[in-house]
Design a protein around this ligand. Structure first.
Ligand code: URA
Length: 236
């Protein structure tokens, strides 16, 4: 079935500019539909069949956007907040109103956050039934021993009706403070911090490094983001 939309909306949704910028482009005659200049922003086009060009460059529409964001500490994972900066304050997109973060990282947690407008994918990544593994690098105040590794593997009582699912605790370095990678397959509120509390330890730094097969691109600076590559989208 034809997917019909207004020309200005189509261009804005394709990232060609804001709605008022694209209206300007259209009125100035920079836009063609099937080879003919169209100066009417309200012109209806078929997104699949019509060929739309801006300054002779073909504009292709993608329904979904996916961004990898390196969340810094100090911002909340929300679309709006009255007191704190939100992760969405970092994002510039003509389709920002549609976008949302997938899952939640605490205000002091850093690392990989996926931002998209694909609700179905978000549901799949977050749903407990799908058991998508999330890996976190953490610094812990205390010495990690075999006892903690076993406790994580067996599941911990963090004050919920059920114990946590088995989690993998890999030790990178061990001393008065330890560095670890923790892999969990669920995403309860403050889960990593609560798991360490359950074994009498404190998390002093937490960073998500992967979600399923998607790994944080360490060439991003904190607070930066980039679109996912086609390969990364396929991994999801
Ligand atoms: N677990 C936590 O405790 N905090 C996070 O931000 C993510 C997982």
């Amino acid at each position: 079935m034809a997917k019909v939309s207004r020309l200005d909306k189509y261009l804005a949704n394709s990232g060609a500019g804001t709605r008022s910028e694209v209206k300007d482009f259209i009125r100035k005659g920079c836009v063609t539909v099937n080879g003919l200049i169209c100066k009417k922003p309200e012109q209806k086009i078929d997104e699949e069949a019509d060929r739309v060009c801006l300054n002779d460059e073909i504009i292709s529409y993608t329904e979904f956007e996916y961004y990898m964001f390196y969340k810094p500490a100090g911002c909340v994972t929300a679309t709006q907040d009255n007191t704190h900066k939100t992760v969405m304050d970092y994002i510039v997109s003509s389709r920002k109103k549609e976008l949302f973060p997938v899952g939640r990282l605490d205000i002091d947690t850093e690392g990989l956050l996926l931002i998209t407008n694909n609700g179905e994918l978000a549901h799949r990544l977050l749903s407990p039934a799908h058991h998508v593994t999330k890996a976190y690098y953490a610094r812990i105040d205390g010495r990690i021993t075999e006892k903690e590794i076993q406790a994580f593997a067996q599941g911990l009582d963090i004050g919920e009706a059920r114990k946590t699912m088995p989690a993998i605790l890999e030790v990178i370095s061990c001393g008065e403070t330890s560095q670890v990678v923790v892999k969990i397959r669920e995403g309860k509120f403050h889960q990593i911090k609560r798991m360490f509390h359950a074994v009498g330890m404190e998390v002093t730094y937490l960073k998500r490094i992967s979600m399923g097969n998607l790994k944080l691109d360490e060439t991003l600076e904190k607070g930066q983001y980039r679109p996912l590559t086609e390969e990364e989208i396929a991994l999801l």
